[in-house]
Design a protein around this ligand. Structure first.
Ligand code: SF4
Ligand code: SF4
Length: 150
């Protein structure tokens, strides 16, 4: 059976929505590369960045690094204008909605569209663009807290 997005998929973030950056509880996991890029962008040391903007998320015997979530569930970097670190945002954010789970099949894409109003709208992303975004996430793991916090 052919890939369901052979002809590409439409997606354009709808300004003012902000749903995936807040509103509901969630995790924004960051990889070691994300941390390096964000530290450079914010001119912070790794420990300063972790202490100010990250939280430890235990999963079994390992704790991963996620961005802090405010009490209202907004991401710590979300402000009135949108993402405050847009140019250096985590890969998880930069590749949304072209995630393996969302692209698993047509049904998953349609289910995601129930809560993200940008899916199916606006810019047409070709299969090759989408596959490149998928490839960018291959082998990328969330940073392990004890491995990055000195
Ligand atoms: S949920 Fe979709 S439309 Fe809303 S901010 Fe996120 S990507 Fe944009
Ligand atoms: S880092 Fe930026 S794009 Fe990612 S969830 Fe936070 S505000 Fe949204």
């Amino acid at each position: 059976m052919g890939c369901f997005y052979q002809e590409g998929l439409r997606f354009t973030c709808q300004s003012g929505c902000r749903y995936c950056c807040g509103v509901e509880p969630g995790f924004v996991f960051v990889s070691q590369d994300d941390i390096r890029r964000l530290c450079l962008y914010l001119q912070l040391s790794t420990n300063e960045f972790l202490q100010r903007y990250c939280r430890k998320v235990p999963m079994g015997s390992i704790s991963y690094v996620s961005l802090v979530e405010r009490e209202n569930h907004d991401c710590v970097f979300l402000n009135q204008q949108g993402c405050g670190v847009y140019a250096a945002r985590p890969l998880q954010c930069a590749t949304y909605p072209f995630w393996p789970t969302v692209l698993a099949d047509k049904k998953s894409w349609e289910l995601e569209a129930d809560w993200c109003p940008g899916l199916g709208k606006g810019e047409l992303h070709t299969k090759s663009e989408i596959d490149k975004l998928l490839a960018m996430r291959e082998g990328v793991e969330p940073a392990v807290w004890d491995e990055v916090f000195a």
